[in-house]
Design a protein around this ligand. Structure first.
Ligand SMILES: [Zn+2]
Length: 286
C-alpha cells in the first residue's frame, strides 16, 4: 500500500513519490471538504503539489552539485515531510559538502527571485503573507508559492541535522577539528534547537512544530550514530589494510607502493592475488 511510485527521471535521476506522501494532499483536501469549501480544498491541493514540485527541484539542486564532484545520486524520493536525495556517498571535503548542502536552498532562492521578477514585470498584485483574501486565484497561487519557497530556503538553513544548515555547520566545524567531533558539536547545536522548538510548540499548542522538532532531534542522533559507525569501520580498515582491502575509496588518495600479496574483497567474497600491483588471479570463497 505504501510502496513508492516513479514519477520520472529529471536530469537522469529517478524521482519517486513515497506511498505515504498521498496522505498529505488527501488530508488537505478532506479538511477543506469538511469545512464546506470544495473549490478552496482543490486550490489548496494545487498549491501543495506545486510546493512539492519546488521541493523536488531543491533535491535536484543537491544532486547536480554532487554530480559536479563526481558523486552519483541513487534516487530522489518525496515524503509527506519533505524530499530526500540519496547520494552514493557524502563529499568528505568540507568545501564540497558546503556546496552540495547549499545547492538545495539555492534552488528555492532562485525560484523566489524568478517569482519576484514575474510579479514585478507582470504587475501582479501580491500580499505580504500566507492569508491572501481578496486576490484572484492565480495571484493567490503565486503569493503562496513565493512564501513557501522563502520558508523552504529559511527552514533548510536552520543549523540542525537533517537540514542542510546542519551539514553546512558540520563542514565548517570540520575544517578545524576531526569529522566525528565536528558532527558531535553540530548535532548538539541541532538538539538544543530541536528541544527549544519542541518547548515553543508545546507552549503555542503547535502540534506540527512539536512533531518536526521530534523528528529533527531523532535524525540528528541517527546522523551521529552513522558517522560513529563510519569512523569505527575506517579505523578497522586502516588497522587491517595489509590483509583486507575493500573497493577503493576515491577520497583516500594517499599513494601506496605496488602491492604484492593476497587481498580479500568482502563485497564480492573473492580472494585475489597481486604481484607488483597487477592482478594475477581471483579465487571465489567457497
Ligand atoms: Zn536540502
Amino acid at each position: 500500500m505504501f510502496s513508492s511510485i516513479k514519477l520520472g527521471k529529471p536530469f537522469g535521476i529517478d524521482l519517486y513519490v513515497h506511498g505515504t506522501f498521498w496522505l498529505l494532499p488527501l488530508f488537505v483536501f478532506l479538511s477543506g471538504v469538511v469545512s464546506g469549501d470544495v473549490a478552496g480544498a482543490a486550490f489548496d491541493v494545487a498549491v501543495l503539489l506545486a510546493v512539492f514540485g519546488c521541493v523536488a527541484l531543491h533535491e535536484v539542486g543537491h544532486a547536480l552539485a554532487a554530480k559536479w564532484y563526481g558523486i552519483e545520486t541513487r534516487d530522489i524520493t518525496l515524503y509527506p515531510l519533505g524530499g530526500m536525495a540519496r547520494l552514493e556517498r557524502m563529499p568528505r571535503r568540507p568545501l564540497h559538502e558546503i556546496v552540495v548542502a547549499l545547492a538545495g536552498p539555492a534552488v528555492n532562492v532562485m525560484i523566489v527571485i524568478g517569482l519576484l521578477a514575474g510579479i514585478v514585470l507582470g504587475n501582479i498584485t501580491f500580499t505580504q503573507g500566507w492569508a491572501s483574501a481578496g486576490l484572484a486565484p492565480e495571484e493567490m497561487f503565486i503569493s503562496r508559492l513565493f512564501w513557501a519557497n522563502v520558508l523552504l530556503a529559511a527552514f533548510n538553513l536552520i543549523p540542525a541535522f537533517p537540514m542542510d544548515g546542519g551539514r553546512v555547520l558540520r563542514a565548517l566545524l570540520s575544517i578545524g577539528m576531526p569529522r566525528l567531533e565536528a558532527t558531535q558539536a553540530a548535532v548538539t547545536v541541532g538538539s538544543v534547537l530541536a528541544i527549544g522548538g519542541f518547548l515553543f510548540g508545546f507552549h503555542e499548542k503547535q502540534i506540527m512544530l512539536m512533531l518536526v522538532a521530534g523528528v529533527v532531534f531523532m535524525l540528528g542522533r541517527a546522523e551521529l550514530a552513522a558517522v560513529r559507525a563510519e569512523e569505527v569501520r575506517k579505523r578497522w580498515h586502516e588497522r587491517t589494510a595489509d590483509f583486507f582491502d575493500g573497493p577503493a575509496d576515491p577520497d583516500d588518495s594517499h599513494p601506496t607502493a605496488p602491492f604484492t600479496g593476497w587481498r580479500w574483497d568482502p563485497v564480492r567474497r573473492v580472494w585475489s592475488e597481486w604481484r607488483a600491483g597487477a592482478l594475477v588471479r581471483e579465487i571465489p570463497d567457497a
